[in-house]
Design a protein around this ligand. Structure first.
Ligand SMILES: Nc1nc2c(c(=O)[nH]1)N[C@H]1C(S)=C(S)[C@@H](COP(=O)(O)O)O[C@H]1N2
Ligand SMILES: [Mo]
Length: 424
């Protein structure tokens, strides 16, 4: 189990890659594949270009490198569109450095973002407003700039742990991060536009290319959440202009809610008089059953509800899974916890497969919607295989399950995290 958290599921991962790429990987073997990442990492552009020219590397690699992908140590689920995460022990920092933040793309990274090109970019606000807006970056920078650390977690984080397996990017535990965002309040923008009383929801759009003949990625949020003082149009991530993979030049930050509500490459906010009904708001997309279903059971579409807030969850970032320790030696356990719009009440750890639980030291987040930190010290009196389990509780009485309640698309996975330790 805990091994799942560290080892790429190579078969599934290779299967998720388009055929041409797959052949390339199989031909060269996975060693060569990872080595090729090394070449990019080292920045040997000449070598890399040479390989591309001779048809030995696909062109997509070239483009990814331009925007700093894949990031070092990334578990890459797919390159086109690009999806990758970092294993938990790389997420130990209080504020996740940008080079450790997962990347989740439904389609290609827009040209404008790749070129950092602001020319002609506008953020349009239309629909149920008194004054339509067409804002430039300069316009946005005239509004008060707010700084906030926010947990960003993909609704599909933990999908790989669902039984029976579900389709979709097989995120393990690393599609979560907590970065510092700087931007303007969406509320300030909406108040400038003058929201009509008929407004119900936003429909958010970006520069995304359409997915295989379908619509471009678009989701929305209720007008109450849009008017919340913590909902931002972020222009900076960890002190820098938004990097291309994370939404240059602007993205939404919707604290406490699933990552898909945080539209990247934002260019339009359509204020609507009904719940946004784009493809990604409908059917089984980002929706969960209204009641618990039997694993494998697909409820009818009418019984599906839009996923909003994240669930209570914790992550163990130390020790590293499968680390060796001496008998009796104190082991420092560390990690984070978050609960969407709710507060974390406590985090407990177990070293005996869930029989006994021990309180950890809980450290408050630096602002609401950042993650909490926790730590504890344990020691093992005998040699053998053990596991460290962590379980977070929120202030509403919710906690983390030991087995994952199932839903058709593998959303909101929050089962207890387990890390293996070997005592010698
Ligand atoms: N325009 C656009 N915004 C998007 C997406 C996308 O594919 N296109 N993916 C969403 C999803 S599903 C997630 S989890 C987050 C991921 O943000 P990150 O790549 O910065 O980690 O962005 C969201 N915003
Ligand atoms: Mo996501």
């Amino acid at each position: 189990m805990s091994k799942n958290d560290q080892i790429p599921h190579l078969t599934e991962w290779i299967n998720s890659i388009p055929t041409s790429r797959r052949e390339f990987i199989t031909k060269l073997g996975k060693g060569a594949f990872f080595a090729s990442f090394g070449i990019f990492g080292a920045g040997c552009e000449a070598v890399n270009r040479g390989l591309v020219d001779r048809g030995m590397l696909p062109v997509i690699f070239d483009e990814l490198q331009t925007v700093g992908l894949p990031k070092p140590d990334m578990l890459v689920h797919s390159e086109s569109p690009f999806n990758g995460e970092l294993p938990p022990h790389f997420l130990n920092d209080a504020v996740t450095p940008t080079h450790r933040h997962f990347v989740r793309n439904n389609s290609g990274i827009p040209e404008r973002a790749i070129k950092s090109d602001l020319n002609g970019w506008r953020l349009t606000v239309d629909g149920e407003v008194n004054n339509e807006l067409s804002l430039s970056m300069e316009d946005l920078l005239r509004f008060p700039q707010v700084t906030m650390k926010v947990v960003l977690e993909c609704a599909g984080n933990g999908r790989d742990l669902f039984e029976p397996k579900v389709e979709g990017t097989p995120w393990v535990r690393g599609a979560v991060a907590c970065s510092e965002w700087i931007g303007v309040r969406l509320r300030d923008i909406l108040e400038t536009a003058g929201v009509k009383t008929s407004a119900v929801y936003t429909g958010n759009y970006g520069d995304d290319l359409p997915e295989n003949g379908g619509e471009s990625f678009s989701r929305g949020i209720p007008i109450e959440k849009a008017m919340d003082e913590n909902t931002l149009i972020a222009l900076k991530m960890n002190g820098e202009v938004l990097p291309a993979p994370h939404g240059f030049p602007a993205r939404l930050i919707v604290p406490g809610w699933i990552g898909s509500s945080m539209q990247k490459w934002l260019n339009r906010i359509w204020v609507r008089d009904q719940v946004h009904d784009s493809e990604k708001m409908s059917g089984y997309s980002y929706r969960i059953p209204a009641y618990p279903v039997e694993p494998g059971e697909i409820p009818s579409v009418e019984d599906m509800r839009i996923a909003t807030s994240l669930r209570v969850k914790s992550l163990i970032t130390r020790p590293i899974s499968n680390e060796n320790f001496e008998i009796g030696k104190p082991i420092r356990i560390r990690g984070h916890a978050w609960a969407g719009e709710d507060e974390i009440d406590r985090v407990l750890v177990s070293t005996d497969f869930g029989v006994q639980w021990k309180e950890t030291e809980l450290i408050q987040p630096s602002n609401k919607y950042a993650w909490y930190h926790w730590n504890a010290e344990v020691a093992f009196a005998n040699k053998g295989y053990y596991e460290i389990w962590a379980r977070a509780y929120d202030d509403k009485g919710n906690d983390q399950p030991f087995t994952q309640p199932w839903n058709p698309k593998g959303y909101l996975g929050n089962m207890v995290h387990r890390v293996a330790v070997a005592i010698e």
